[in-house]
Design a protein around this ligand. Structure first.
Ligand code: 9UX
Length: 72
């Protein structure tokens, strides 16, 4: 069953930033959906917990170069 997670993503200044975060998340295994909103500084992710977890998603966002915090 897919599980939702919401991250605060700080440091995104244009919509291409959001696009690269989205792309990086979607490259992980077990991601059903990823929507990154530059205006709200948020990433909403639907994932399958048997393949990936919140920590790995958070680290992936950080690897792209942004400050990520799990908020929900
Ligand atoms: Mo936009 Mo983001 O020119 O790293 S892609 S600021």
């Amino acid at each position: 069953e897919a599980k939702p997670a919401v991250f605060s993503v700080m440091g995104m200044t244009c919509s291409a930033c959001a696009g690269s975060v989205e792309k990086a998340i979607k490259r992980l295994p077990g991601i059903r959906e990823a929507v990154v909103d530059v205006l709200n500084n948020k990433a909403q992710v639907l994932f399958y917990p048997s393949f990936v977890n919140e920590a790995t998603i958070r680290e992936t966002i950080e690897d792209v170069g942004f400050e990520a915090t799990l908020i929900d």
